[in-house]
Design a protein around this ligand. Sequence first.
Ligand SMILES: NC(=O)CC[C@H](N)C(=O)O
Length: 288
Amino acid sequence: MKLQLDWVEVQYLEREAKETDAAKYETSWQQVRAADGVLVPGGFGNRGVEGKILAAQYAREHKVPYLGICLGMQVAVIEFARNVLGVKDADSTEFNPGTPNPAVVFMPEISTKHMGGTMRLGGRRTVLQSISCLTAKLYQKEQYIDERHRHRYEVNPEMVPQLEAAGLMFVGKDETGERMEVVELQENPSGHPFYAAAQFHPEFKSRPGRASPLFLGFILASGKRLNSYLTSRATPQPSPHSTPVKPSPATSLGLEGLNLSAIGGSGSSSSGAAAGSGASQALFKGSS
Ligand SMILES: NC(=O)CC[C@H](N)C(=O)O
């Protein structure tokens, strides 16, 4: 499997771009339609946000693997609230402070007036809500995972019961149960191969040769190898005295020759875009 990483200038996915920049609108949507997986990374501010929401909607509706990171989780929740719950004006108070239907809100204990030192930063615990969620299977953990954070806004806990009743499951929460950390589409009835998003930043602890479980799951799902990977790992070891199993290296996953290439979005390097230029998203194209 050979993977290609494509950066999309998400502002051109927005409806207005169809009028103002028809050629870029067309090529940007072609990139999305050609992708085997869609990743919306973290970001700040509202530039390109409506395009990100449309990309999340596309991935959900077309059953294309989706990984959302931080802002990428927030847009997935807004998209679901708008298009599945029918709350058409659902929004984040970051982009629309006066929204009547906030799906994402400023962290309640923090002042909106003072930006310095107000982020939720660093390592925090995520308590897993179900051992059968994809996140638990990929991390091979049943109770909790520890990941790093960098954000100010969070899913509105008041909207969570409605979202869950419609099939968007908050499979990871903080220790108080009030902060949403990981969201997944319910496997049944969605039939989606991989739709996961995290408020934390899995990339901060990802290393070459020891990929963060969410990235690994996303790339495997994009290459249609996730199920065989999970099944092979669930197979019991022949002897209780055998050597403990180490995390599988890429070679045993059929990912040898993994090749990622980045195409720059407007004014973005691959790391800059992932850290939050606010206007780019990555898509993976795989070919066997
Ligand atoms: N790192 C991020 O993606 C931050 C997301 C969002 N802008 C927030 O502050 O909560």
